[in-house]
Ligand binder design. Structure first.
Ligand code: BGC
Length: 765
């Protein structure tokens, strides 16, 4: 694979503009050498140069190239984001080297969330693979392509645990579970940073959004978060910690407030927890405009106050900075902000630049000018094979009545729906450096797979939405959603006429890319009405109906579940999405994805998540009782539970075997099951282990994921899957905020989703 090729690290500095007397490397990449180097550099810096290092800005109307050149000249900028070509990056680094006094290299950052030039499935889809090697492939290739574009840092992974499908940013995260999200975050950091963020094809990660952004009240974007310290520590913080333990060099500070304190003003979060308790040595970066927003949050009275609070609370670098540059000089001169606090923030910025190897070679991620790609978007820069493989692994089969799937590559297939041929939508959110023109749509993927074997007919059938207000919202900055000039009825009529000529209908419905993004909360998470009307008309034809869902969040799918003969969740599957979906639909790949978030039946049930606490009056569907915890006007529980996903084969899980009945102290115990492929084809599945502490001083969740393994079994094959259990898996934060294990009985549940599990009991002493 291309990303494995090792190109020469050394770029002859002689080729670059003169470096004057700045002490460029080689410097050993050790903390001691770094501290000495940075201490020396800090002593040479003026106040303005120090403040300049805290500024992260992007080229745009507020900061045109000329203005940035001037700032670079004066040492007033520390890093750049949103510039993604080697030519543009090189031009700015050249300016640093030729114009600035100290020649402190800039670093360059971007949102590389699920790929750079090659777009992989959105993170929520990646989480559906539950597959370490797939995630690491995505991380390595993303880092390779980003570094090949000259970037040094990515704002990823996003590990905000979320139980809120209304929140558009669930598309960027890894779902509702702490353990799964922590695993994903750790693998992303390990694979993106590699052995060292200084390596030619690594980028430094910046885990986000610290902290608990995924718990915004009501799923409403930018809303506040209020939660118990126990829940925060137990459920929301571990994924950030896991990413930091894996070595993430950066942390992006969240926009939300937590228990009344905006994250950028939270010295407990950014200093006590992050630095003192977790020993984080990297850099903290505010999110876009967050320092200014402290005024609107109501914790700062004016800009000076906001700057003082942010810096003193531990925000090192200011993204899209306006305020640090304007107000910090005076605040420091007046002694309102101490020079020690300023130096501390600057030191963190210089430290990460050192760790990125920029003081050894400011052009380390650029290479020689002659090596710049002639065409940034060249097809040869993409990693299509890997993208297709990961996309197939991320799809979740939700329903398959009477083996409707896999389809045969023969006869006539009607491909219908507003998302069936949309290159833009299949890319998903945060795919800015990827090109929609290079994406394979479902229609194209089906054509590729059936060429010469089956007849394909196509009709759009509906607009993604007919709601004018939503169309305007989606098209606010660009023509993201094309609205057909025909009436809805004309489109449906065409689709029905098309469907009637076919043996089977494949209907691609769901959300436009912009519906599951930042700033895109929905109060209604059903398939939009225009597409529901289309599905109803298609259903009425009586033809087998395969619904292919494209969306960035769990949807409420009761109707679609009833209508569909087969239902495949494909999320937003990226550059190779169409080919990957075709692989699954035709059985060239046997689906193995499992849901990383529960799918509710309807919005009114939210939050619906599997690891909830017990109540004093649990509802039992087999023995319904009025005075129990449930909604009386709907079925209870999710439509599809956490961990759920079907296969074209079937699996049987044996009862749980325990290696011992008692776990003592720091010992280990093993829980195992034997899984058998009882169907008639090879297939992969994910074996999930949950624990439950039925009696403790605090109510503990009814179950919590504590282990999983993805296995591949041939037809008829069995495999014993073993899960080690140790003390750490049993700990929780008690009422006094101590992390403890309380001796007693524990339940272990193992299955292929969170609901259908085999159970055993052991004792911890
Ligand atoms: C988002 C961040 C993102 C940043 C830079 C912000 O609006 O909240 O997640 O990294 O923009 O693009």
């Amino acid at each position: 694979m291309k990303w494995m090729c090792s190109l020469s690290l050394a770029v002859s500095l002689a080729l670059q503009p003169a470096l004057a007397d700045v002490k460029f490397g080689p410097h050993p990449l050790t903390p001691e050498a770094r501290d000495a180097y940075v201490t020396d550099l800090l002593q040479q810096m003026t106040l303005d140069e120090k403040i300049g290092q805290l500024r992260l800005i992007s080229v745009g109307p507020d900061n045109p190239k000329e203005a940035i050149r001037d700032m670079i000249h004066k040492g007033q900028v520390g890093a750049i984001f949103n510039t993604v070509t080697r030519q543009d990056i090189r031009a700015m680094q050249d300016q640093v080297m030729s114009l600035s006094r100290l020649k402190i290299p800039l670093f360059f950052a971007f949102d590389v969330i699920h790929g750079q030039r090659t777009i992989f499935p959105i993170p929520l889809a990646l989480a559906s693979s539950w597959d370490e090697s797939a995630i690491k492939t995505v991380g390595r290739i993303s880092a390779y392509e980003a570094a090949d574009d000259g970037l040094n840092m990515t704002w990823a992974p996003m590990v905000d645990v979320s139980r809120e499908p209304r929140w558009g940013r669930v598309s960027e995260g890894f779902g509702e579970d702490t353990y799964l999200t922590a695993s994903m975050g750790r693998w992303m950091v390990e694979s993106m940073q590699g052995d060292s963020a200084a390596d030619r094809y690594s980028v430094m990660t910046s885990v986000k959004h610290f902290a608990a952004y995924g718990a915004v009240e009501g799923g409403k974007e930018y809303n506040s978060v209020d939660m118990s310290p126990q829940r925060l520590a137990q459920d929301y913080l571990p994924p950030y910690k896991a990413a930091l333990d894996a070595g993430s060099g950066g942390v992006m500070v969240a926009l939300n407030s937590l228990n009344g304190v905006p994250a950028s003003a939270d010295s407990w979060l950014l200093k006590t927890l992050l630095r003192d308790d977790w020993k984080f040595k990297g850099i903290t970066i505010s999110d876009h405009g967050a320092i200014k927003e402290l005024i609107k949050h109501g914790v700062a009275k004016d800009p000076q106050d906001a700057v003082r609070i942010a810096l003193q609370s531990g925000v090192n670098m200011s993204m899209s900075d306006e305020y640090y540059s304007q107000y910090l000089p005076d605040l420091v001169k007046r002694g309102v902000v101490s020079r020690a606090d300023l130096d501390d923030a600057v030191r963190h910025v210089l430290n990460v630049k050192y760790d990125m190897g920029l003081f050894n070679d400011p052009y380390s991620h650029l290479g020689a000018k002659e090596s710049d790609p002639a065409d940034t978007n060249a097809e040869s820069r993409l990693h299509r094979l890997e993208a297709r493989d990961v996309a197939r692994k991320s799809m979740v089969l939700l329903k398959n009545r009477q083996q409707t799937l896999p389809l045969k590559k023969s006869g006539t297939i009607a491909v219908i729906g507003p998302l069936a041929d949309s290159q833009r939508d299949i890319m998903g959110s945060w795919s800015a450096a990827g090109r929609a023109q290079q994406a394979v749509t479902l229609l194209q993927g089906l054509k590729n797979a059936t060429a010469g074997k089956a007849t394909l007919l196509y009709a759009k059938g509906a607009n993604v939405t007919d709601h004018k207000g939503i169309q305007d919202f989606l098209n606010l900055y660009e023509q993201a959603v094309k609205v057909d000039s025909r009436t809805p009825q004309q489109m449906i009529d065409e689709a029905v006429a098309t469907a009637k000529q076919a043996d089977v209908i494949v209907a691609a419905v769901g959300e436009a890319q912009g519906m599951a993004h930042e700033a895109s909360s929905r109060s209604d998470i059903t398939v939009p009405p225009s597409q529901q009307a289309l599905l109803a008309a298609l259903k009425a034809t009586g033809k087998p109906l395969v619904i292919v869902l494209m969306n960035g969040r769990p949807l409420a799918l009761v109707k679609e579940d009833q209508q569909a003969d087969a239902l495949l969740e494909t999320w937003f599957s990226g550059t190779e999405g169409g080919n990957a979906i075709a692989d699954v639909l035709f059985g060239d790949y046997n689906p193995s994805g499992k849901l990383p978030m529960s799918f509710p039946r309807e919005v009114g049930q939210i939050p619906v998540y599997y690891n909830h606490l017990p109540t004093g009056r649990p509802y039992n569907p087999e023995k319904p009782n009025k005075y129990t915890s449930h909604y009386f006007d709907t079925a209870n529980g999710p439509l599809y539970p956490f961990g759920y996903g079907l296969s074209y084969t079937s699996f049987k899980v044996s009862p749980v075997t325990l290696s011992a009945k008692t776990l003592t102290g720091n010992g280990k115990l093993e829980a195992s099951v034997t899984v058998t492929n009882t169907g008639d084809r090879e297939g992969a599945t994910v074996v999930q282990m949950y624990l439950n502490d039925p009696v403790a001083t605090l109510s503990r969740p009814v179950q919590e994921l504590k282990g999983f393994q993805r296995i591949m079994l041939k037809k008829g094959e069995s495999q014993t899957v073993r899960f080690p259990i140790d003390r750490a898996a049993l700990t929780f934060w008690n009422a006094r905020m101590q992390q403890v294990v309380e001796p007693g009985e524990f339940n272990v549940m193992i299955g292929l989703d969170a609901v259908r599990t085999e159970q055993a009991t052991f004792t911890y002493r």
